[in-house]
Ligand binder design. Structure first.
Ligand code: SF4
Length: 368
């Protein structure tokens, strides 16, 4: 057997193994598995609850199931996956970044942001990213693979177990969530399910760089998380220079998809605008942004750019951001200035993955 066929066989095996991972399943899917094994469907709730609320990692620990049935599940290659914490770093502002290990040495980062009672977890959906946004450290990492629904939910399970109840989830970590559509949608269902984490759908935000067809598809799902669009520029020319995806789905197409989502969901959409010094932060840009978003029911998040090693951009600075905010405020567009959080541990927006290659230790590491 040559090297290529060995790799192919390994990937097929991996897919097979993942499909037997009970952590990837919704209650409905578990019911189908259980019925297929000749058991009563109501047992699915116990399995889901033990995995997603009790954090068990062994089928043998799901005690409401009979011993014989637990053994049957194991014999049929069912299992419960778990991410490993490879590293944990804490910023002086309280932000915590987790580095999680996947199979084959792949890693993803997850960030816990604290703001009073609000405990927001920023989860990753892909190891690496294909989108190549110019300002983003993750965009510089080679795309490795999509995360499964269970791996996305597990970031919440593990952080919550270690630190307490997570109040909000934002899909703004490594990767483009809507490029990993099915597992992302399924993970939203899993995290929202009252038998598991029971996180309210209005407390879950999915962010996208602008995959217009997937936004429209999301509008027709049963569950509608909040939607955030990483916009970052008011014109196609500038946006394409910062975000290559804009070539495929230019601003007009993106806004059309947003309008469809809003029509179905009747909720305000958030536009993220990373403020980069001398690139997208002039008063002219602010005026162009007003023109673009005046008719959209939205909130604009202005985020000071967080540089990472080797990047050519700088953050705009507070004064520039405040002047920019005044222009859009005067036009009646709601906006929020987002302060930098976790920048000393490369946990801020656009910095994830910036130093993944330097992490080799296991256990906690704190920077203050
Ligand atoms: S900003 Fe998001 S979509 Fe763009 S490269 Fe970074 S992770 Fe990918």
């Amino acid at each position: 057997m040559n090297e290529n066929s060995t790799v192919r066989l390994a990937s097929v095996k991996l897919l097979e193994t993942m499909s037997n991972n009970l952590k990837d399943k919704t209650v409905k899917e578990l019911e189908q598995i259980i019925a297929g094994l000749g058991q009563k469907k109501y047992l699915a709730k116990y399995i889901f609850q033990f995995i997603h609320a009790e954090n068990v990692t062994e089928i043998s620990q799901i005690t409401p199931l009979s011993k014989a049935f637990r053994e049957k599940l194991i014999k049929n290659d069912y299992h419960i996956s778990q991410l490993n914490i490879l590293n944990k770093l804490t910023d002086k502002d309280g932000t915590i970044k987790y580095v999680f290990g996947l199979d084959n040495g792949n890693r993803v980062e997850t960030v816990l942001l604290l703001d009073g009672k609000r405990r927001t977890l920023c989860v990753s959906t892909q190891a690496g990213c294909k989108m190549g946004c110019e300002f983003c450290a993750t965009g510089k990492i080679k795309f490795r693979r999509n995360l499964s629904a269970g791996e996305i939910a597990d970031q919440v399970n593990i952080v919550q177990k270690g630190t307490g109840k997570i109040s909000n989830i934002v899909y703004m970590g490594m990767g483009e969530p809507l490029e990993n559509y099915e597992p992302v949608v399924k993970s939203v269902q899993i995290l929202n399910d009252p038998a598991g984490r029971n996180i309210g759908i209005r407390h879950i935000t999915v962010s996208t760089c602008g995959i217009a067809p997937a936004i429209k598809k999301l509008a027709y799902e049963k569950l509608h998380p909040r939607l955030a669009i990483s916009l970052n520029a008011p014109t196609n020319e500038l946006r394409t220079s910062l975000m290559p995806i804009n070539k495929k789905y230019p601003i007009a197409r993106l806004l059309e998809a947003v309008r469809i989502y809003q029509f179905k969901v009747k909720e305000r959409v958030t536009f993220e605008y990373v403020m980069i010094k001398g690139i997208n932060d002039s008063l002219l840009h602010a005026g162009q942004l007003v023109k673009l978003l005046r008719a959209v029911k939205c909130n604009v998040n202005l985020i000071e750019y967080n540089p990472h090693g080797g990047c050519k951009y700088k953050g705009s600075g507070r004064d520039t951001i405040s002047r920019f905010a005044e222009v859009i405020e005067e036009a009646g567009i709601e906006n929020t200035i987002r302060l930098k959080k976790g920048s000393s541990i490369c946990a801020a927006c656009g910095q994830l993955g910036a130093n993944l290659n330097n992490i080799s230790s296991t256990g906690d590491k704190h920077t203050a």
